[in-house]
Design a protein around this ligand. Structure first.
Ligand SMILES: Nc1ncnc2c1ncn2[C@@H]1O[C@H](COP(=O)(O)OP(=O)(O)OP(=O)(O)O)[C@@H](O)[C@H]1O
Ligand SMILES: [Mg+2]
Length: 469
């Protein structure tokens, strides 16, 4: 199913495209009425999704001709002109639906699906296949839309981008997206993890060396800067780069050229630089561990990736995305129930998207039923949620940390804290008794019915702790 999207605001277009592609549609995008008409003349589309105010005209006023030529094609109108007038004009054209901006992106995707009249069952397989090819970044929460907006601003230029964020938030994925969607996508994407290279080899890795430059340099070596010619050089973990290498890197960035180790020739750099770090660079500068001038050089456009805790709305979509990814990599295919997705959305995910991804892959491997319910997730969650696993040494610290991170509503702290405490406690004891509730109740010294009731309230499934043979 193919959709023509006419939208001149790139950040909105990217989000809509990702949403529609996740629904299994092929999306062609353009930003003007002229392009719209050219595309419509050369190809058949199953639906048209169009903005109203476009650089070369009005998306509604020019619809008449489109509708005469393609009477069966549903049209969906989006508009920031939230006026009654636009709505009336849109419905006058027989448009399938009118969406005032800002609109709910999921609702738009649903409407498009209805408009093209596809049975969900018939396209389920196709959806699975195309979803993995869609925009690599999943998630439509407000914090991520801010990230997408920043990404769109750097696609047509070579400004240096610094991607910041906790470990596992998707910094490398953002660097790749900037490359793939940007104007250097036909060139190479070269990633260097500056923390993983021994200090004495960094210069040679980045800048290359001439034959005989040092013992062991038996042949000329082309460094990452030159390998990334015409494309993007991704300098990962830049906060962990040794001082001396920082100095050399700064010189290269300032002069726009490099010199191979042991070489004389200055080689022009023609590459877009994207750097990333999970470290907080400012205190490192204050402590003399990171060069301030290098910081200003690379921090031209900072893109800050939010932690997964700051965007729980994305967890559902991410979890389903990873389940599909797992299936496409040969693991058993599963579906996530809404209750299970809601349970996942309440977890802290300190390891961010990476932790969620690993969790979902483990789940795909271990879950017995096709449909994944809270009961099949719970035992796996217990494994990652015990205080030892989080490296919290004592209860005082655990309580303080918990209060800081998951602060419940005023008036609900006591009950929430007890629930948070009971969960790992019950899990640990049930693990010991292999899921036997009677013995667990005896060990805990509480009534068996009390235990059963609390397990139900906390949606802990004792079956999950049964020893498997
Ligand atoms: N928005 C997202 N949509 C889909 N997958 C994501 C998203 N964000 C992260 N991932 C996946 O999560 C994993 C971790 O992401 P990535 O390696 O980009 O993190 P990072 O921020 O570079 O972490 P680190 O600081 O530890 O290097 C990867 O497998 C990546 O594909
Ligand atoms: Mg990384």
């Amino acid at each position: 199913m193919s959709i023509l999207l006419v939208e001149d605001d790139e950040s909105i277009a990217i989000v809509i495209t990702a949403a529609l592609e996740a629904e299994g549609f092929a999306v062609t995008r353009c930003g003007t009425i002229g392009e719209r008409d050219r595309l419509l003349a050369s190809q058949r589309y199953d639906a048209l999704v169009s903005d109203v105010m476009l650089p070369d005209g009005d998306g509604i006023a020019t619809l008449e001709a489109v509708r005469t030529q393609h009477p069966a094609m549903p049209v969906i109108i989006l508009s920031a002109q939230n006026t009654l007038d636009t709505a009336v004009r849109a419905s006058g054209t027989g448009a399938f639906e009118y969406f005032p901006k800002p609109f709910d992106i999921d609702e738009l995707a649903r409407t498009v699906r209805q408009a093209v009249g596809t049975g969900a069952a018939a396209t389920a397989e196709a959806e699975d296949d195309t979803a993995s090819q869609a925009l690599p970044l999943v998630g439509r929460s407000a914090p991520m839309q801010a990230v997408y907006r920043m990404i769109t601003r750097v696609l047509r230029n070579d400004l240096t981008v610094l991607v910041l964020g906790e470990s596992g938030t998707g910094k490398e994925l953002v660097a790749e997206a900037i490359h793939q969607l940007g104007h250097r996508s036909t060139g190479p994407f070269v990633a260097v993890n500056t923390a993983a290279i021994p200090a004495e080899l960094i210069e040679s890795e980045l800048f290359g060396h001439e034959k005989g430059a040092f013992t062991g340099a038996v042949a000329r070596h082309i460094g990452k800067f030159e390998q990334a010619e015409g494309g993007t050089l991704f300098l990962d973990e830049i906060g962990d780069m040794p001082m001396q290498a920082q100095t050399r890197l700064l010189r290269a960035l300032q002069s726009g050229s490099i010199r191979r180790v042991g070489g004389r020739e200055e080689v022009r750099i023609d590459t877009r630089i994207v750097a990333a770090t999970n470290r907080d660079l400012e205190p490192m500068i204050a402590a003399g561990q990171f060069r301030e001038d290098l910081y200003y050089r690379i921090n031209v456009v900072p893109i800050h990736l939010p932690s997964l805790r700051e965007r729980p709305d994305d967890i559902d979509a991410l979890a389903r995305h990873f389940l599909q990814l797992a299936a496409s990599e040969g693991l058993p295919r599963h579906r996530l129930s809404d209750a299970a997705a809601a349970l996942l959305a309440r977890q802290p995910w300190r390891g961010n998207v990476r932790e969620l991804k690993n969790f979902i892959f483990r789940l795909a491997l271990l879950a017995r039923e096709e449909q994944i319910d809270p009961a099949s997730i719970q035992p796996l969650l217990e494994q990652i949620r015990t205080p030892e696993a989080e490296g919290i040494a004592d209860l005082d610290a655990a309580v303080a940390g918990w209060l800081g991170e998951n602060r419940p509503l005023p008036g609900a702290i006591y009950d929430s804290a007890l629930a948070a405490f009971e969960r790992p406690l019950f899990a640990a004891v049930l693990k010991e008794t292999g899921g036997n509730q009677l013995r667990a109740a005896q060990l805990l010294g509480i009534n068996r019915n009390t235990l059963r009731k609390r397990l139900g309230e906390l949606t802990i499934d004792p079956e999950g702790f049964a020893h498997r043979s």
